[in-house]
Write a protein that binds this ligand. Structure first.
Ligand SMILES: Nc1ncnc2c1ncn2[C@@H]1O[C@H](COP(=O)(O)OP(=O)(O)OP(=O)(O)O)[C@@H](O)[C@H]1O
Length: 744
């Protein structure tokens, strides 16, 4: 404790209580105003979000702010209705600045006249009836000294105070002094808010860090919206949490652009999206689309991972020409010649003639959009072959012919990209598609992986990018040309099985005329084809986390969603699990086109206690000499424990159980058992034990996550079985905040 002279603990406690009481009075006023604003806002809530756009820097003019605060109050009202703005530790108001600012309106700021100013900082801005600011949104320019001020460059700040609130109650204050001596009227209490935040136990979900953003993090958060912001740094340096705050900042700074254009946040797994999903709502923002990599493409949605060898083939750019061949192939059961009577004349076009027509059409059209062009070219070819003497008449009859209609349906069907991908499960087609492009082994691994999709009724995460690529080459399925499959007549249907449906149930609700139906897919194959793959939705901003793991094909998939977007890209090469970094880099550059780059490097590890990170550091230096090593800031005085693993499943289980029980005693929150697949089965039942505090996870699925404590099972086994080898083990070693036990 500093700034208090003499006096015992009791005197300090009294002082702290007084400070808390004073802050409580302000917080109470804020909530009162909010309640009033809520009533005022009711009528005009709808246009709240449409108002207010600020991209200015520096001091804002009052009139500008009025619009903003009003909007914020409205937005808050709406947000509260939706989420009741749940606040775990820091509430709506979390900060206070006491500044010495040049007297306003003074003829010359250099005359040294200063006046004291107090600003409260919160998740959203609130004004009173007189439009006096009660709380400033953390993203507003006027709030930036809260994050940027340092004792070296105080920016006018004397004291920065973090308020800890539970709901509407102030429960603590933590101060940082920015000047050598506190002025007499400013009390300074606490040990600093950052350490207090870092020592806390971690919940099941990531929290916002709005009260303790550090200056170098703030630079990345407030970086210009255009172009590509690249955030790099080692484990636990706050890359993810900073990127999420940046998304909230972008929405604030240019709401019109980012709210209507949309922000897409992509992470490695569903566990990751579940882990981060509360951060943005806690900042009052809920208009961001969170997706895992297996869930980016409509109608796919999967978490199943291919074996590493198959994932490597499917993720590489070398698969593109294979897909190119598929798009040109005959559909199964396609006719090999055209025989029709047109205008009294027999016509026959053989396979070669048909192929020529197809090639010409595909040069200028996507396949699903080329049927009309193909029909015109067929007509010309048929006319030439027929020797008919009246060209217009012949072409006219050809256009009207029912037989030609039937032929076209069979020869140029609308192709669902998923069905086309499944052609690779057929050995003959697969060989034809991969000949000279993939080696024997790669080709057969590819075939097996699609048979696995058919065998399980689920796509793999890598398949999503292939379906997306095929969809962009084939063009959207033209509904009019597709066989009618409307469910409006389904009640009359006796046999629905030919639609791939085993059971049809009227969905609850809705009147009869527009009643919807839920259907139970019939076979595993049909399950793969549920829904439709539409055009990719495009976004104004795309934020990619764990970017080092994206395959080149996945970069292309995201590129299609960000053709006009700005980007935030987060990653650490040393944690990469993708084998060919250079190929990935190429695809990534293509996605960013020529956008300007802004690079931010994070070098402080806020997650791992220093003792835990030292253990991981020693490991990674041996295996990845050029790893980006951050500096851990917090000590616990407790070294990671190393214990023997045992060599039978029973012995392993006993060792894990003991380690878990010990850790449950030592930490308050979560304990994860991170294990290679070979021991996973024997440990599965520990998952969810101790009232959900224990998690059993495989190393890949812990990417981006953190726990209070971890039991790292058989690190050598993890290295041996992961395609990313030691890099994946490094990920697993850097998940624990407070304690780690290693069984080897
Ligand atoms: N300024 C801060 N104040 C409080 N906590 C912070 C701060 N910066 C980061 N943290 C905490 O540090 C932890 C690690 O952050 P995060 O997961 O964003 O790191 P990361 O760089 O993405 O890690 P990794 O690459 O290992 O997944 C989180 O618990 C986060 O809340």
């Amino acid at each position: 404790m500093s700034g208090t002279e003499g006096g015992g603990d009791q005197a300090v406690a009294v002082q702290v209580a007084e400070e808390i009481a004073a802050e409580q009075r302000h917080v109470d006023r804020v909530y009162e105003e909010l309640a009033k604003a809520g009533v005022r806002a009711g009528a005009v809530e709808a246009d709240g979000l449409a108002r207010g756009r600020t991209d200015r820097v520096g001091e804002a003019r009052d009139e500008e702010l009025t619009g903003l605060f009003e909007r914020d109050a409205l937005v808050l009202h709406a947000a509260r209705r939706r989420h009741a703005l749940e606040s775990q530790y820091e509430g709506l108001v979390f900060g206070r600045l006491d500044l010495d600012m040049p007297v306003r309106g003074a003829p010359d700021a250099t005359d040294g006249a200063l006046e004291r100013e107090v600003r409260y900082i919160g998740r959203l801005g609130v004004r009173d009836d007189q439009y006096e600011p009660l709380v400033i949104d953390w993203r507003a320019p006027a709030a930036s000294p809260f994050y940027r001020a340092t004792p070296v460059e105080p920016l006018g700040v004397l004291r920065r105070r973090v308020l800890r609130c539970k709901g509407a109650d102030v429960v603590g204050v933590e101060d940082d002094l920015m000047v050598p001596e506190a002025p007499d009227d400013l009390v300074v209490v606490g040990d600093g808010a950052l350490m207090a935040a870092l020592t806390r136990s971690r919940g099941a979900q990531m929290r916002d860090i709005v009260a303790t953003i550090q200056a170098h993090q703030d630079e990345a958060i407030r970086a210009p919206g255009r172009g590509v912001a690249e955030i790099t740094g080692g484990p636990g340096t706050g890359k993810t949490v900073v990127a999420l705050h940046r998304a909230a900042y972008l929405l604030y700074s240019d709401r019109r652009r980012y709210e209507s254009g949309g922000i897409l946040v992509v992470g490695p797994s569903a566990a990751y999206t579940a882990y981060i999903e509360r951060v943005l709502p806690s900042l009052g923002e809920d208009s961001v689309a969170l997706r895992s990599l297996g869930d980016v493409v409509d109608a796919i949605g999967t978490e199943r991972l291919d074996p590493p060898e198959a994932a490597a083939v499917k993720g590489s750019l070398r698969i593109r020409p294979v897909l190119g061949r598929l798009v040109r192939m005959d559909a199964p059961d396609s006719p090999t010649e055209l025989r029709v009577f047109v205008a009294g004349q027999a016509v026959r076009l053989d396979r070669r003639a048909l192929e020529q027509v197809r090639s010409r059409v595909l040069r200028g059209h996507q396949r699903n959009l080329g049927a009309s062009a193909a029909r015109l070219l067929l007509a010309e070819a048929a006319y030439r072959q027929s020797g008919h003497d009246d060209r217009p008449l012949f072409l006219d009859r050809f256009a009207d012919s029912r037989d030609v209609d039937a032929f076209m349906t069979a020869w140029w069907p609308q192709l669902d990209p998923r069905e086309v991908l499944l052609w690779l499960a057929d050995d003959d087609r697969r060989r034809e598609a991969t000949r000279g492009l993939l080696d024997e082994r790669e080709s057969s691994v590819l075939g097996e992986s699609l048979r696995a999709a058919l065998g399980t009724g689920t796509w793999s995460v890598a398949d999503a990018a292939l379906v997306d690529e095929l969809a962009s080459r084939l063009g959207g399925v033209q509904e009019g040309e597709r066989e009618e499959r409307g469910f409006y007549e389904i009640e009359e249907l006796q046999d629905v099985s030919r639609f791939g449906v085993a059971e049809v149930q009227p969905a609850p609700g809705g009147d009869r005329a527009e009643r919807a139906y839920t259907t139970t897919p019939q076979s595993l194959r049909d399950r793969l084809l549920v829904g439709t793959v539409g055009r990719p939705e495009e976004y104004a901003h795309v934020l990619v986390d764990e970017a080092q793991d994206l395959s080149p094909m996945q970069w292309r998939m995201l590129g299609r969603r960000g053709r006009r977007a700005s980007w935030t890209v987060v990653g650490d090469a040393a944690q990469s699990s993708w084998p060919d970094a250079r190929e990935s880099e190429t695809a990534r550059e293509e996605a960013f086109a020529r956008l300007p780059r802004h690079r931010f490097h994070m070098d402080t590890n806020y997650r791992n206690a220093r003792e835990i990170f030292a253990y991981a550091e020693e490991f990674v230096r041996r295996h990845v000499p050029d790893a980006d090593i951050p500096r851990a800031v917090r000590e616990t005085g407790v070294e990671p424990l190393e214990r023997p693993l045992g060599d039978t499943p029973d012995a392993v289980r006993r060792a894990v159980k003991t380690a878990v029980d010990d850790l449950l005693e030592e930490v308050e929150g979560s304990v994860a058992v991170i294990t290679p697949d070979r021991w996973a089965a024997g440990l599965a039942d520990l998952d969810g034990s101790a009232s959900g505090r224990v998690r059993v996870a495989n190393p890949m699925s812990t990417k981006g996550l953190e726990y209070d404590a971890t039991v790292l099972v058989d690190p050598d086994g993890i290295t041996a079985e992961s395609p990313g080898g030691a890099r994946v083990t490094y990920v697993a070693m850097t998940r624990a905040a407070h304690r780690m036990t290693v069984l080897r």
